[in-house]
Structure formats: structure tokens, C-alpha cells
Write a protein that binds this ligand. Sequence first.
Ligand code: SF4
Ligand code: SF4
Length: 302
Amino acid sequence: MVWNIFKYGPNLKLVRLQVRLSWPLIKYGKKWSAVPVLKWIIYPFFKRPHNELTSIPIHVNVESPDSIALPMRLVERLVSEIDDIFLMDECHCAGVKNRKSSRLNIGCMAFGPSIARIHPSHGRKINTEEAVNHVRKAAAQGLVANIAHVWIDALAFQLTRFNRLLFMCLCDDDQCIYRTFMKRRGLSLDKTYKKLPGLSVQVDTSKCSNCQTCVETCFVSAVETKGKVAVIGDDCRGCGICVNRCPEGAISLTMENEEVMFQHLLDRIREMSNLPLKIEKRGKGVKSRFVASPEKKQQNET
Ligand code: SF4
Ligand code: SF4
């Protein structure tokens, strides 16, 4: 038993308890992150580079030549580049809100050598095929994949080597601790959640009926109405949630070609972490944060 404490982080029950206890702190930390004075106290907790997220809109059908939707194809390629994948049996965010939630069993996946420390009560190590099937199940429920490099995840599971760790969470807008409470975000939170480069979201104004659904549902308030049509602003993070919610089918998501998007995704991962990828063992280039251009270095530091 004592040996287990050194070998593994906390078990399922302990992590559930931690998440439940820390939930109000995170919730109000996010809500108050733009409030004068408080924002400077809260700022370090949500600051990059220890809080970084990027969405992959797996539930949106962006066509690719091999008939698999492009966002899903990117995820498939990404998980096939990773040796160590651990699937959690449950989503802790969903568990805090409602233990009967239909998506409780769509847990996060943790990537990287640190997964060896995750207590077996949380789930199990899986292969690429199982990971792809899990993401497909999430996409069918309309969830968005979030690639997350967030210190609180490493702390909750007591995972060392934070720089060689990433999570992929399958999130909605009602229960996810990453996505909720972002409308009143402060400066540090604003910088943590980035759109995947090469991806854009647009409104076909001839179809828009000004129903306001997208304005109300966008988790970062990136949509406004101009001249009785919706306009997507620069704050859009490309999560794609509004695409499927628009009753008129007026919102679409476009991406550059698969190879360009995949390179953007790998670059983004390198900005976030030093997760081992097979592509590097094969000698192909992925930009490293340690050899980043001066501009990228500056971005990482701000
Ligand atoms: S949800 Fe669609 S129809 Fe409604 S305002 Fe947004 S773009 Fe227009
Ligand atoms: S505008 Fe749509 S795609 Fe962009 S962040 Fe908001 S909900 Fe997501």
C-alpha cells in the first residue's frame, strides 16, 4: 500500500473529492478574473504557459478526400503519433455536476510517459484504435475535443514531468470546467484558449435569420449581430459548437488542407509541451518550443 503511494498518484475517490472541493474556487476564479484588483491576484493561476488549450471541432463535418471528416482525421493522426495513452473511465467535470449525466463515461485521455503514474482505478492504458473509437463516440454526442496542457490536471493526478504530458478532454458547454465561465474572462484566461491556426468560421448572411442562437451559446461571446445578421468576431476559438446549433445551417467551418492542418496541430502541441511524438523519432520536423522563432518565443512569454 505504501509502495503504491510512491508508484501512483491519488485514486479515483480522492480525485473526485479534490475536483468537487476545488470546483467553486475555479468557477469564481474564472468569473472574477476580470474584476479590478481581484484580477491581479487571480492572474497567475490561469497564466500561460501552464494553462493552454486548443479545440478540435470533432463533431463538425469538414469534408476531406478520404471521406472521414477532417477534424476527426487530425485527431486520428495525432493519437497514432503517441505511444502512451490513458483513458479515464469518467469525466470529472460531468461527475461534479451530475453523476447521472449521459456523458459521464466519456472521460479524458492523458498522453505521455507520465501516465504510468495514474492510479489504475481511473481507467486503463489504451491503443490507438481504442482512442479513435473513444473520440468518435464523443463526436457523435456533439462534444468538442480540447487539447489541454493545464497545471491543475497534473496536480490533481500528481503527475510529474508536466512538460511531457497533455490531456485531450471531450467537452460540452454545460459541464466543462475549461469552457464554462469564459464569457467574463480576464486577460490571462483570454490568452490560454487559442484557435487552431488554419481554421475559420463564417456566417452565410443570406441564410441567417438573426435568431441569436449563436450569440447566446458562444462560450467566449465571439458572435455579435450587425445589420440583423450574425458576425463572428476575432475572439472565436474555432470550437465549432455554433456550427451545429445554427437552425438555418448558416454557419460553416473551413480548414486548410489536411497536411497543413496537421502541421498546425503539431506546431500547436509543441507550443504547449514537449510530448514525445513518433514523427520526431522518424526524423521529421516538428517545431520545438526550445528552437522557436523570436516572434513565437515572445508570444509564449506574454
Ligand atoms: S444561429 Fe444561425 S441563424 Fe441564428 S443568428 Fe446565428 S447564424 Fe444567424
Ligand atoms: S463563434 Fe462558434 S466556433 Fe467560434 S468560439 Fe464561438 S461557438 Fe466556437
